[in-house]
Design a protein around this ligand. Sequence first.
Ligand code: PGA
Length: 242
Amino acid sequence: MKIIEAKDYDELSKIAGDIVLAQIREKHNSVLGLATGSTPIGMYEYIVEAHKKGDISFAAVTTFNLDEYVGLDGEHPNSYSTYMDTYLFDHIDIPKANMHIPNGVALDAEAECTQYEAKIVQSGDIDLQVLGIGIDGHIGFNEPFTPFTSKTHLVQLHETTREVNQRFFDSLDEVPTHAYTMGIDTIMRSKHILLLISGSSKAEIVARLLNESVTEEIPASVLKNHPHVTLVIDRDALSKTK
Ligand code: PGA
C-alpha cells in the first residue's frame, strides 16, 4: 500500500483528484468505481473544476458506484444517485448510459445484485476504484465479518453505520436499514484502488488498519493483500498511528 500523507482535507482532495484525472488521461475509456459520503466531495469538486476549465472529458468513461440504499429511488434526495448527480454527473460530459448505480427500488433484489456484478465483469472490471472507510472499518457497505469472497449483495446496515449516516437525514428512522453494495471480491478485482481517509474520527480505525494484520473484522484490512492501493490520508486521520 502506497501511503501519501496530505496536510489537510483540501490537499487530500487535490491529490486524489489528480490521480483520477491522470487515470482518465492515460485511458480515456477508463472504468471508474465511485464512492459517496463526505470524504470524496472535495475530490469531486476538484474534478468538476478541471472539466469546466476544459482540461478533461468524461465522454468515454464508465462508472460504477459502490453502493445504494434499498428503498430509495434514484430521485430521492438522500439516494446515492442524487448525491452523484449533485457532486459530479450534472457537471461533466459523461453519457447517462455509462453511469451505473444499483437500483434501490429493484423488485428482485437477487437479480439486481447478479446483474450489477455481471455488468462490472462485462466492462472488464474497474480500472480505478475510489474508496472511503467507515469507523468500523467497512468499505462500501461491507460491514465487519463480510466474507472476502463476497460479490455485489444486499446487506443489513449496522446500527453504528445508520447512526453515522443519520446526519444526511431528518431522523434515524428515515435512514434505510438495508443497502446494495459491491462485495469485497468485486472491489479487490479493481486494478488500482484509491483509498481516501480524512479527519480525526477515523484516527482509531486507521491505527488498527495500519498496525493489525488482515482480518475480516476490519474489512478494509483486505486491501493490504491488493498489489496496487494508494492511500491518501490527512494528518488528522493519522494522529493515532505510531
Ligand atoms: P464518509 O464515509 O466519507 O462519509 O466518512 C465513508 C464510509 O462510510 O465509507
